[in-house]
Design a binder for this molecule. Sequence first.
Ligand code: ING
Length: 319
Amino acid sequence: MSNKDNRFGLAVAQMGPVQLAEDRTTVVRRLLEMMREAAARGAKMVVFPELALTTFFPRYWMEDQAEVDARFFEAEMPGPQTRPLFELAARLRIGFYLGYGELTPDGHHYNTAILVDETARIVARYRKIHLPGHSDHKPDAPFQHLEKKYFEVGNDGFGVTDMLGTRIGQCLCNDRRWPETYRVMSLQSARIVTLGYNTPSWNIHWNEPPHLRMFHHLLSLQANAYQNGLWVAAAAKCGFEDGFHMIGGSAIVAPSGEIVAQAQGEEDEVIFASCDLQLGETFLQHVFNFAKHRRPEHYRLIVERTGAGAPLAPSELST
Ligand code: ING
């Protein structure tokens, strides 16, 4: 069944911790090293994590916005410190996904990811839509999760891009837990969804057993890869950042829902898979044949309602 010339070399570059004190130049050197390894292993594309250039700063309550902007956001992409990534990508003719804090010229802040093609051209931008956590200071919590304070809800939607000979979509971290994320991209015929994540091992809201973090992370990737006929590539930034632990588990998941590559440690680690881009077709024809089997007239609530509410009357159940 595997079709040789439809093989797409896909790499995920998992990052170990980025400490608060670590500067971008050092971080970029780590990314360059992993980009080289990805290319050497035959990758056409390498996926880096969410907020790859800095520590996961939403864990801190900070009030000096000017300092936050200077330390954790990129006012230009590429900028002087990230340009080497683009230059190496063009030399190696490898595409990449990169997550970072975006500060726009008119002062908006997003948790952003970009897709860059093999000529180092930015061909797509995505701004995180499902922002988890809170915007208020929780001084009694062991750490914060202030994505709703530091970022605005993304306004790019879930787009897909024709690049590197296939069609690629992107999202970020918490987005991977929501089925709507993948369905919108698979309805645009994406073949691969790329994403980065920073997932704390502990929950500040309830004493969640730590093993559930990894279970739910992989469950989200595997279920949605299968239900949408997608290859899913997920890159963690993980390990102990200034004492705060985040899960690893970077993975490449096939449209069958099977994990075909997974990181073993919590340091910088490149994983690779030679992906059969026709495999998704099999599931999209014989199981999830959207055109043949989906019935949107019965799905209205999914789009119309934000929170759960009262039952619909039988007459309202179908449009
Ligand atoms: N991090 C976490 C994530 O969605 C989280 C936040 C963890 C929310 C577990 C709910 C449950 O993986 C980011 N950055 O979204």
